[in-house]
Design a protein around this ligand. Sequence first.
Ligand code: CMC
Length: 376
Amino acid sequence: MPTYAKGLEGVIAADTKMSYIDGEQGVLEYVGIPIGELASHSTFEETVFLLWNLRLPRKGELESFTADLRSRYEVPAGFESKLLQMPRDARPMHVLRTLVSALSLHDTNPDANDLASLRSKALNILARTPTILAYYHRFRSGLPFVRPDPSLSIAENFLYMLNGRKPTPTMAKAMDVCLVLHADHGLNNSTFSARVVISTLSDMYSAIVAAIGSLKGPLHGGANEGVMVMLNEIPNLESVEKYVLDKLAKKDKIMGFGHRVYKAYDPRAAHLQSLAKQLAQDTGNADLYAKSKKIEDVMGQAVAAKGIYPNVDFYSATTYHCIGLPLDLFTPVFVIARIGGWAGHVIEQMSDNRLYRPTTDYTGPHAQAYVPMDKR
Ligand code: CMC
C-alpha cells in the first residue's frame, strides 16, 4: 500500500549532494560547508560554482566562471521591447515569471537538455534575471534603463542597475550575503516544483518558471514581503505585543516564523539577524530592527515551545529595507538567489532522472449514473 503524508511531510523524494539540513539541530550546509562559513567567507558567484560543481573552485576557475556569467548580463537583442509592454503597475513577481519565460523565445534551442546546454541556460537565466528585474523597476518608475556593468558582481550590478549608482561596499556585501544565504535549501517547494517539471524532460526555462510561481506564495518566498507588511502595520514598539498575540489568538500565521523542517533556530535567520541589526543602525532604521526583535521575543514567549522560530524570511525583510529595496522586490531578489539552487537541482535531476508521478487517494463516489442535463 502506498503511504500518504499530507504536504509530503517527511517524504524523501530525491537524492541531492547540494545542501544538507538538520532541522532538529538548526544546521544547513552547502556541499558539507556550514552556511555561516559561506556567509562569512564566500561570495554568491563562488557559492553557485560550489552548488553546480560540488566543490569550491580554484582561483582560475572562479575567475573564468565569473567572467562567463558577467558576459551574459545583457538581455538578448529585441528583448527590451517585451519589457516595455509590461503594465507599469504589475507585481514584479508576475513580471519576472513572464519575462524569464520569454527568455526561452530568444534561445535557438530552448529544449536542449544535455549537460552543456543546461549549464549554459542556467548561466543565462542567472545573469539576466537581475537585469530584467532592475529594468522593470526603472521602467515602472519612469526612469531610463541602466545597462549592466560587467566589471561588477551580481550583487553590485543589481543594485547599480536598480539605483543608477554603485552601491557602497557595505550595501554590496550585505546584498551578496543575502544571496549566499538564500541560494539553496534542500527539497523546498519551489525546488521540488523545478525537479517535477524537468523530470518530464521539459526544459530549463519551464522548470525555473514553475519554481518562480511556487516561490511567490506567502507560505514560501512571499513571506519576506508579508513580514515587511506586518512591520509597516505595527505603528510602534509598544503595539507589538498586542498585535502578535491578537493574531495568534485568531490562529493567524505570523509571517517569517515557522518551518516544515527546522524545529530549532534557522541558521540563516541567525546570520540575517546580526546583519539586519548592523544595517539598521547604519541606516537610521534602528526602530525597525527593534520592532522585529520585539516580535521575535513575543513569539518566543508564546510559541517557541512548539518549535516555531524565525525563518530566513523574517530578518531578510529588515535587511532588504535597509539596503533600500522596495517592498515588492523582496521576493524577486529571493528568486535571483534561488536560481542558483533551482538550476543546480535541474541538472542533478537530469543526471539520474525518473518521472515524478505520485498518486492520489481517491475519496469521491463510484459507479454514479450519468444524469442528463434536463434531469439535474
Ligand atoms: N505563526 C503562528 N503559528 C504558526 C506559524 C506561524 N508563522 N507557523 C506554524 N504555526 C503553528 C500552526 O498554527 C500549527 O499550530 P497547531 O498545531 O496548534 O495547529 C503548527 O505551528 C504547525 O503549523 P503548520 O502550518 O501545520 O506547519 P507546516 O509545516 O505545514 O508549515 C510553514 C510551515 C512555513 C508554512 C508555516 O510555519 C507558516 O505558514 N509560516 C508563515 C509563513 C512563512 O514564514 N513562510 C516562509 C517559510 S521559510 C522560507 C521559505 O521556504 O520560503
